[in-house]
Design a binder for this molecule. Structure first.
Ligand code: FES
Length: 282
């Protein structure tokens, strides 16, 4: 399902980041997969050819009119032979409109955008630890697929407030990932924050901290806690940051994030950063 297009260079996200285009993408399907979570499948060969794991697209949710005026940024969930899939949660007017769009309609999509995950840092043997908070699973799902195909063992941690907000766990297990779940209300998996089971895993016997790497996407407090786990365990981490994005192309400066080398733009310099590069909350 998530097979790459022919000749796909699997670590090319960073060098292809300038290849953004507006594409007219026909909707193949658009349906709810879990409570308030939808997957939209787009016929978009250009994106399939050029998108890399961790990049995103800016979608104009209406075909006409100006309301909502701005595009919405959505992480690329999976890449397949003729297009891409986007996983999104209905959280406001724009995503509600998107959820009503039907197969056969055409979306105006700008992408691929951002830098994507850097996989050149991994060896064949590296244990990949993927950590998703809520719908942060969106960009990590395709990454897990790619890492498993490369032969890297994958432990996939998913955290949510309750069981009905856990998405993609059975698909990930079917792919071959070891899935670990934490919910705040205890309705699935361990009753705690996902970073707590992550910290236990990183300190455990099955984790070879000298040859492991963390990739994460989720709410900022989770990523901040995860940066602490990464430091404590001595396991490097790349985090995909969420930010309010108006333009998605570096023009409005609305998505600035403080790093140890000054302010950077999530849409242009990210969304993926090394966790030790970010200035987290004190
Ligand atoms: Fe406009 Fe990043 S969203 S600069």
């Amino acid at each position: 399902m998530e097979a790459q297009g022919k000749g796909h260079d699997r670590s090319r996200g960073r060098k292809d980041s300038m290849k953004k285009q507006i594409v007219k993408a026909k909707i193949v399907s658009n349906g709810e997969v879990e409570k308030d979570h939808f997957v939209i499948d787009l016929d978009a060969p250009y994106l399939a050819e050029h998108a890399a794991r961790g990049q995103f697209v800016n979608v104009r949710v209406r075909s006409e009119g100006t309301d909502p005026l701005l595009r919405i940024p959505l992480g690329i969930h999976a890449v397949h032979e003729g297009g891409v899939k986007l996983l999104y949660k209905v959280v406001g007017e724009a995503t509600r409109i998107l959820s009503k769009r039907r197969s056969g309609e055409v979306l105006d999509v700008l992408g691929p955008l951002g830098n994507g995950f850097d996989l050149d840092v991994l060896k064949k043997t590296t244990q990949a630890i993927l950590v998703a908070g809520g719908h942060g699973v969106a960009p990590l799902y395709g990454l897990a697929d790619e890492l498993i195909k490369r032969g890297n063992p994958v432990d996939f941690f998913i955290g949510a407030s309750s069981e009905d907000l856990i998405v993609c766990d059975s698909e990930l297990a079917g792919m071959g990932a070891r899935v670990h779940i934490a919910t705040e209300d205890g309705s699935a998996g361990s009753k705690c924050y996902v970073t707590e089971i992550l910290a236990r895993h990183c300190a455990g016997d099955t984790c070879n901290a000298g040859d492991a790497y963390i990739f994460a996407c989720g709410p900022r407090p989770m990523l901040s806690a995860l940066a602490g786990c990464s430091r404590d365990a001595g396991i490097p981490a790349q985090v995909s940051l969420d930010a309010y994005m108006a333009c998605g192309t570096g023009a409005c400066l609305g998505c600035a994030v403080e790093t140890k080398s000054g302010y950077k733009l999530v849409c242009k310099d990210g969304p993926v950063f090394s966790s030790d590069e970010i200035v987290w909350e004190k």
